[in-house]
Design a binder for this molecule. Structure first.
Ligand SMILES: C[S@@+](CC[C@H](N)C(=O)[O-])C[C@H]1O[C@@H](n2cnc3c(N)ncnc32)[C@H](O)[C@@H]1O
Length: 553
């Protein structure tokens, strides 16, 4: 009854459970509990009584299979031979590597085929690594001469290696903020009833200035990106190695593979299919980090310094638990109960966390982690070069102890972009001392009408937006005045800069950035106007491209 068909999501299961466990009729009883996180224990017991867990988690995640690996490699061959589409071929071979049984000849074949792909696109170093991997495994004798010939060719052409910079260098902070080590001293954290914690400028800030550079506290890779990005560090990689047990995780290095396994992946490796959705992986990962934190024997010194790597900071992020309605809280408790059940069934986990106190702690952490991950995660995206229209590809999502404190404006004065999982936030407008520093949560005023923005912000983030665009009813871009004409020389530069961000265009990038900053101050008095938005957009695009564009062989 509870079994999910392929592709169905845990939400469906939750809807059925809400009815079957008759949680609506138990509202008075459940609401008496001291804290909403106590719902988990009660809801867990109801589901247990229904004997529903067995079916909910019945479907395992896709296991390693040489048959599937073989099919994927053949698909890769089609891309490679028929279409000369090396990027798609490389992704398929990597998928084939993920599915091949550890140590098998199928794994060797997949590595060898990927090496052919890497050879074609002149990544000789990576090609040689894959050849050595194939040869160290059970690679068929009759195919070896061809592979060894490729090895000789790759070695002789090593000096022609394609110089691909996976990422350009992220900016370094110029000043030291004594209270927020990941931020410039131009900003500080304030807190009030209306805005919660928020970020304020402590001096006038110029457009383009770096505001903060922060490492992620916790992140997950997106399923669409996992054959090109490391499961552990999210870095772009063309020569990934697989998890030895499951077919779902690939790594850029041995180091990342063991770090991931020793951390959280040893549990995730055995998760049922229903928990593989990235949002669910994220909340469970966060709760597990909390469990490790709860076992720390050394007490953390109380400090007023904001620490990006502290679980204490993350668990303080907004969750709006007091404002949620009963059914929503029950839904959260159902998700937490399913995760709780899976973890308790996991032998490795159960042996590490075996006390009643651990049980209670886990239930509370799962509940809070779920709520935190509904509001705070920041999407990690890459800009795509291969289209006239600007598009973005999702790489993953992450939680940041500091960056999750920027509040929303539909006409924001800052923006963020990523280097791997590292986040950089820059000003995209000039910001006056005392003004709030804002990012946009998704609905930019120029694109999304006010009513839709307000509805979304209320539904997901539970606040009424009073940004300048909402307060002054700014129209979408179609109805905006143009403002002062942009100089033809600027338009020419922007049009010429077809492949923004590539090394050869660095000089042009810098010229456009300088123009954008100058034009911004000339156009600011016309705000809101279209050309001001164009200038701000060009500036953000250049920084986004420099950080990490989508790969194109
Ligand atoms: C990602 S958090 C931002 C940090 C948050 N203010 C805090 O105290 O942790 C998102 C939450 O901040 C609040 N928020 C964000 N933008 C806001 C705004 N423009 N006005 C009022 N509240 C806002 C809402 O409560 C929202 O759910």
């Amino acid at each position: 009854m509870w079994r999910m068909k392929h592709g169905e999501h845990v939400t469906k299961c939750t809807q059925i459970l809400l009815q079957e466990a008759q949680l609506c009729s138990k509202e008075d009883e459940i609401k008496k509990l001291a804290h909403p996180s106590d719902y988990v224990n009660v809801v867990y017991n109801y589901i247990n009584e229904l004997k529903a867990f067995k079916d909910i988690i019945a479907e395992p995640q896709p296991r390693k299979s040489n048959e599937i690996s073989d099919e994927l490699r053949i698909k890769g061959n089609d891309y490679f031979l028929r279409d000369n589409n090396y990027l798609s071929a490389l992704e398929k071979y990597t998928e084939s590597i993920a599915f091949a049984v550890n140590g098998s000849s199928y794994l060797a074949l997949a590595y060898a085929n990927r090496s052919a792909c890497l050879f074609e696109v002149k990544y000789y170093k990576e090609c040689l690594e894959d050849i050595d991997r194939a040869l160290s495994l059970d690679y068929p004798e009759n195919l070896k001469p061809k592979l060894l010939k490729r090895k000789t060719n790759a070695e002789s052409q090593k000096n022609m290696q394609k110089q691909f910079q996976y990422y350009s260098k992220p900016p370094v902070l110029k000043s030291k903020n004594p209270l927020i080590p990941c931020a410039e001293d131009s900003i500080e954290i304030k807190c009030n009833k209306k805005y919660g914690r928020h970020i304020i400028a402590t001096r006038d800030i110029e457009i383009g200035e770096v505001l903060s550079v922060e490492n992620s506290f916790c992140h997950v890779v997106d399923p669409e990106a996992k054959y090109l990005h490391c499961h552990e560090c999210l870095e772009l990689c063309f020569k990934m190695i697989p998890c030895e047990n499951c077919s779902g995780a690939l790594y850029c290095s041995e180091e990342c593979r063991s770090k991931s396994f020793e951390g959280y992946h040893k549990y995730q490796c055995q998760f049922p299919k229903i928990l593989l959705d990235p949002n669910l992986r994220m909340f469970i990962k966060l709760a597990l980090i909390g469990m490790v934190d709860s076992k720390k024997t050394e007490a953390e010194e109380p400090t007023n310094i904001h620490q990006s790597d502290s679980f204490k900071e993350i668990i303080k992020l907004e969750m709006h638990d007091k404002e949620r309605d009963y059914i929503t809280l029950c839904t959260v408790a159902i998700h937490a109960s399913i995760a709780y059940h899976v973890l308790k069934e996991n032998q490795e986990f159960a042996s590490e966390y075996d006390t009643d106190e651990d049980d209670q702690n886990l239930q509370k952490l799962l509940f809070k982690a779920y709520l935190i991950t509904t509001i705070n995660p920041i999407s990690i995206e890459k800009i795509c070069d291969d289209s006239v229209i600007i598009t973005f590809k999702k790489v993953g999502m992450a939680l940041y102890a500091f960056n999750c404190l920027y509040n929303n404006s539909c006409a924001p004065n800052s923006f963020f972009f990523h280097y791997g999982s590292l986040i950089v936030t820059r000003a995209k407008a000039s910001i006056k001392k005392g003004e709030q520093v804002t990012i946009c949560y998704g609905g930019f005023f120029q694109k999304t009408p006010k009513a839709i923005r307000q509805e979304n912000l209320k539904e997901i983030y539970m606040f009424d937006c009073d940004c300048k665009a909402c307060t002054n009813n700014w129209p979408t871009s179609m109805y905006l005045p143009h403002g002062k004409e942009l100089p033809p020389s600027f338009i020419k530069k922007v049009t010429e800069n077809v492949s923004i961000g590539s090394d050869s265009n660095q000089q042009l990038d810098n010229e456009i950035l300088r123009d954008c900053k100058r034009l911004y101050y000339q156009l600011k008095k016309y705000e809101p106007c279209r050309y001001l938005l164009v200038v701000q957009q060009e500036l953000t695009l250049i920084y986004l491209h420099q950080a990490g564009r989508d790969v194109n062989f």
